[in-house]
Design a protein around this ligand. Structure first.
Ligand SMILES: Nc1ncnc2c1ncn2[C@@H]1O[C@H](COP(=O)(O)OP(=O)(O)OP(=O)(O)O)[C@@H](O)[C@H]1O
Ligand SMILES: [Mg+2]
Length: 219
């Protein structure tokens, strides 16, 4: 059955996703586009196991997660998924390095290995000179690269990116997209929301959402 999502506020029901039938293959780089309010983030949150569909069945990595418990969903998020958001969502009170270590703290990786991996990831996004900075004292483009390093901490198979370049200038946006392309080349599945048609050129498929339904697709 197709995916539906309805928000309930008081007695009123607001259907947001009205029947989504979507199959994403492992290793695909998908762009999700559509007007503001069309349900892109709502769909991404379901795909990322941050939220549940109201109706319909959702399989992730061949596993039916529609009926999974909250704990199971949290484990899937930790082990299989990496998240990148438009607003970076870094923790301002701790260093860049500690931010990247955080998901590994949650998955109980020993301290030494945690730190070594965080350093390696920050190096891979060109930020070895920013490890001790607070996220408050680096640029937007640098923040997003920290967020990408953090998303990769547990070596996820799937990257969920909701407007990753939405707050970035052209140069930072290019840097972020080059990294995304590299992650795709490494074999990761990437699902990315964007309003910018120019950055979809490296994507395998562009899916268009309108008013809670899939409008059409371009390759
Ligand atoms: N928690 C919520 N409760 C009620 N309605 C919600 C909730 N979250 C989202 N909505 C509604 O669902 C619709 C789709 O929202 P969504 O955030 O998925 O849009 P979007 O396509 O990501 O838009 P944008 O491009 O602006 O980010 C909107 O009309 C929004 O008001
Ligand atoms: Mg959105």
């Amino acid at each position: 059955m197709d995916i539906e999502k309805t928000y309930r506020i008081g007695d009123a029901e607001y259907p947001v996703l009205k029947g989504i039938n979507l199959n994403i293959e492992q290793g695909e780089f998908i762009a999700l586009m559509g007007p503001s309010g069309s349900g892109k983030s709502t769909l991404m949150n379901i795909v990322g196991c941050l939220d549940r569909a109201s109706r319909g069945k959702f399989l992730l990595l061949d596993k039916d997660v529609s009926e999974a418990s909250d704990d199971e969903l949290a484990q899937i998020r930790r082990e299989e998924l990496g998240f990148i958001f438009q607003t970076f969502n870094l923790i301002g009170r701790i260093s860049v390095l500690k931010n990247v270590e955080m998901p590994m703290v949650l998955s109980e990786i020993p301290r030494d290995r945690r730190k070594a991996r965080a350093l390696e990831l920050l190096r891979s996004v060109g930020l070895e000179h920013r490890v001790d900075f607070s996220p408050q004292n680096i640029s937007g483009g640098e923040r997003q690269r920290v967020a990408i390093a953090r998303a990769l901490a547990n070596d996820p198979k799937i990257i969920i990116a909701d407007e990753p370049t939405g707050n970035l200038d052209l140069k930072s946006s290019d840097e972020v997209m080059n990294i995304m392309k590299k992650l795709h080349d490494e074999g990761r599945t990437i699902i990315m929301v964007t309003h910018n048609p120019e950055i979809t050129e490296n994507c395998d498929r562009v899916i268009r959402l309108r008013d809670g339904r899939i409008l059409g697709e371009a390759s």
